[in-house]
Ligand binder design. Structure first.
Ligand code: AVJ
Length: 317
């Protein structure tokens, strides 16, 4: 009976996803880490988010990267190895590589498949450039390729991805990057700014409902990969500004009392109760530089575009 055909297949689910979901749904404030948004559908929805009129960060950062090239070349120098933390699938990577003309490009990502396909695409775009992908979790560094051992390093961490981390974890990550890249390395990092609440909330609760679909897709993923019975139509997307913690929070709010199972375990939620799905921390001018300093990086230059909505900071280890 247990192995009958109508028992959903759950054996191929990522054990870390299952562990995070089961643990997160057992908390009094239910919470699931934001990294689980990015299945295939979620990654596509995130691409759509970056083009939304309300979602300013991607446009702002791309515009900054396009204008700062001459200054960047002067500050960074020749023959560097660019080490990107994340997939390097965005339009930002080619902008940087065209500008710096590095001696090597090392994309680091936790997802091997994604890493290899974006590395192949970039190799095609930059025929003379050694592209040396490293499959690793930022939090558990593996050695960089021998080929870049003697090159000066430029870390690249765009998108305000650091904002997903609580300050404690953000500091730990910055210190890990410093250890990884070595003393004298440079880091080019994008950090989103604190600004008026309406602008921030709109960026995470767009009129077209794309961010809502992105958030709700997590429940579909749970149902699909973890044999869940979550009634997705009983949940609503919510984006709120938490001023104490200086962050946008995304939640999934139960609109009625619900009960469901995930991987055979039962959960219940009251109407109004939420699952906390993401933090996106925003940093003031001094906050961002202090964060970098606490991670062992000394800010050298900062560019915040015409409206100061988003900043790119160059720091040295
Ligand atoms: C990819 C983490 C930078 O926090 O702005 C966008 C993710 N979530 N809309 C962000 C996201 C909802 C994004 N980061």
């Amino acid at each position: 009976m247990l192995l009958s055909d109508d028992v959903p297949m759950v054996t191929r689910a990522d054990p870390a996803f299952r562990a995070d979901v089961l643990a997160g749904l057992s908390l009094s404030q239910k919470a699931i880490p934001a990294r689980w948004f990015y299945d295939r559908k979620g990654s596509e929805l995130f691409e759509d988010i970056t083009a939304l009129p309300e979602y300013y960060p991607t446009r702002a950062e791309t515009a900054i990267l396009k204008t700062i090239c001459p200054e960047l070349v002067g500050a960074v120098g020749d023959g560097v190895a660019v080490v990107e933390f994340g997939s390097g699938s965005s339009v930002k990577t080619p902008i940087l590589l065209n500008c710096i003309e590095p001696a090597a490009y090392v994309p680091i990502d936790i997802s091997g498949d994604f890493l290899r396909s974006s590395a192949a695409t970039l190799s095609g775009q930059f025929p003379g450039l050694p592209v040396l992908p490293v499959e690793a979790d930022f939090m558990h560094p593996v050695p960089l390729p021998d080929a870049v051992a003697d090159m000066p390093k430029l870390g690249f961490f765009p998108g305000s991805t650091i904002g997903n981390m609580e300050p404690l974890a953000a500091g730990t990550l910055l210190r890990a990057m410093r250890d990884w890249l070595g003393e004298g390395a440079m880091l080019l990092i994008g950090i989103d700014r604190v600004k008026d609440e309406d602008t921030l909330v709109a960026a995470y609760d767009d009129a077209a409902g794309v961010t809502a679909a992105f958030n709700l897709n997590l429940l579909d993923r749970i149902n699909r990969e973890l044999a869940g019975t979550v009634p997705v139509d009983a949940f609503a997307h919510e984006a709120r500004w938490n001023d104490d913690a200086a962050r946008i929070e995304m939640h999934l709010r139960a609109t009625r009392d619900v009960g469901f199972t995930v991987d055979g375990r039962s959960f219940a939620m009251r109407a109004g109760e939420t699952i906390h799905t993401e933090n996106s921390h925003k940093y003031g001018d001094r906050d961002a530089r202090l964060l970098l300093r606490s991670g062992g990086w000394t800010p050298q230059q900062q560019w915040c575009g015409d409206d100061g909505a988003f900043c790119v900071i160059l720091a040295e280890a």
